[in-house]
Design a protein around this ligand. Structure first.
Ligand code: BG6
Length: 488
């Protein structure tokens, strides 16, 4: 994470002169690096994960980088850490403003902030102190509530920055712009015109080297509880009264508070889970999830999850939302599909009944927006054909799309919390999903379906959406195409 995302993003902010003139970066971990060894590591990472064309600039960045090894549970180590920070401040002539970024195993999200507070590093007397926490925030409702309580003992809510990197994606933020800067969508954006909403986040990769983490997490915790519910929040929220961070986050919170709980006896039909099986993809044999490194051979952790749920408010009453995510699916794609209702009376030949219009908001890859609508097929009669109208971000060739972490780290420094999840949002998300997780864990009648790696998940997930007479969209690599025969 530090090598792939954090250091390249901070370096990028440095190159764009978005960091303060005077700053220092202190890497902290258990590994006993010297400053020089850490800098070398970071230099290699920058060459690996960033296009570097200016070695001088990289050296000037690395001159601000330092390192200290620490045992996370050793109270005296935090005193040393504090004095190291003070020394750096003096040397670099910087004030007390500090971001503590916890890119650590989640088990440390309680201990480290406690220890920082014990040595007074939560005090804002000499400048602001902000604590960035990666996901997952808790493991279920109970643990999230405990973590909340523990953090709020020493830190205030506005010192906490809970990163959800999906909110840092330009295209996720564009959901907000698409909805609220265009007069044409808002009148249609409700139960009167929308038939159902489909959100997919598929990945072609497996769990890679993350078996240890993933096997105790699973797809619902890893992707739905955070990223996909946040996307749902942006699709479903009411217009905020302003762009103030809390105005926006209040509206997302209201969506989460309106999620209709999935009843125990509905879980089997409304929450489908799957796990990938061994398969051959493009002539390469890929292992079953249970044969992956650090995964139990009898694991029942889901690598695929699909949910159907409702948002009980005036805008969305009766509109089903379908969300699915999975590892080892045919392609990597995240998109939202708004399915509009069919016209009240379809005039044209039955044979040619087209699906209702669709608005597809592609979050990645081939980022963009696609509208599908019916046109007259040239020739005799009145035959309808579905055609595309599309916009691709790539067409804005002069615009750079900043990576999510770059945006979020910059927002942390400037103190803009708009794109960070608030504690209450996460608690509501856990309230909604914990019953599903518990039933999956305890109810032997709820199946875990296998699906061959490289497919769109278990067939049963198709039944979920067939109840509205639809099918999932089978997205391709390219936004404009779909169906089972296309480039993935
Ligand atoms: C992370 C999950 O939060 O998001 C990973 O832990 C997942 O399992 C990743 O692969 C997906 O992010 P992105 O930006 O590649 O869609």
């Amino acid at each position: 994470m530090t090598r792939r995302k954090l250091i390249p993003s901070i370096y990028s902010l440095f190159v764009q002169q978005l960091l303060p003139d005077k700053f220092a970066l202190l890497g902290v971990a258990r590994t006993p690096f010297t400053d020089e060894q850490f800098k070398e590591e970071m230099k290699t990472a920058l060459h690996e994960f960033k296009e570097i064309d200016d070695e001088k600039q990289i050296d000037s960045f690395l001159s601000k980088v330092h390192y200290q090894s620490i045992k996370y549970d050793d109270a005296s180590a935090y005193l040393l850490f504090k004095s190291r920070l003070e020394k750096l401040r003096k040397e670099e002539e910087i004030g007390g403003n500090t971001v503590f970024y916890l890119s650590t195993p989640p088990a440390l999200y309680g201990i480290i902030p406690d220890q920082l507070a014990t040595v007074g590093l939560n005090s804002q007397d000499d400048g602001w102190k902000r604590l960035v926490i990666e996901k997952p925030f808790g493991y279920d409702l109970e643990s999230a509530l405990k973590l909340k309580e523990r953090l709020l003992k020493n830190w205030t809510e506005d010192q906490l920055y809970r990163i959800d990197h999906y909110l840092g994606k330009e295209t996720v933020q564009n959901l907000f712009i698409t909805r609220f800067s265009n007069g044409i969508f808002e009148p249609l954006w409700n139960r009167n015109y929308i038939h159902h909403v489909e959100i997919t986040s598929a990945e072609s990769i497996g769990i890679e080297k993350r078996g240890g983490y993933y096997d105790s997490s699973g797809a619902l915790r890893d992707m739905v509880q955070n990223h996909l519910l946040q996307v749902t929040g942006l699709v479903a929220m009411e217009p905020p009264s302003s762009l103030q961070a809390d105005a926006l986050r209040n509206e997302i919170l209201k969506v989460f508070q309106s999620l209709r709980p999935i009843k125990k006896d509905e879980i089997k039909h409304c929450a489908i889970r799957g796990q990938y099986l061994e398969s051959t993809i493009k002539n390469v044999k890929v292992p079953a999830y249970r044969d992956e490194e650090d995964v139990s051979p009898t694991s029942v952790t889901e690598t695929f999850a699909a949910l159907k749920f409702y948002i009980d408010n005036w805008r969305w009453g009766g509109v089903p939302f379908y969300v699915r995510t999975g590892k080892r699916m045919p392609t990597r794609v995240t998109e939202v599909v708004i399915h509009f209702k069919q016209t009240p009376h379809f005039l044209f030949s039955e044979k040619c009944v087209t699906p209702g219009n669709q608005l597809i908001i592609r979050i990645q890859p081939d980022e963009g927006i696609l509208i599908k609508f019916g046109m007259k097929k040239p020739g005799e009669g009145y035959n309808v054909e579905t055609v595309n109208m599309d916009f691709h971000y790539a067409d804005l060739s002069d615009q750079r799309i900043p990576p999510a972490y770059e945006r979020l780290i910059n927002d942390t420094i400037i103190g803009d919390t708009t794109l960070f999840a608030r504690t209450e949002e996460l608690i509501e998300a856990w309230k909604f999903l914990t019953p599903v997780l518990e039933s999956w864990k305890n109810d032997p009648d709820i199946p875990l379906y296998g699906y061959p790696a490289g497919t769109w998940g278990p067939e049963t997930a198709d039944n979920l959406i067939e109840d509205v007479g639809g099918t999932w969209r089978y997205p391709c690599k390219n936004l404009s195409n779909d169906g089972i025969y296309c480039e993935l």
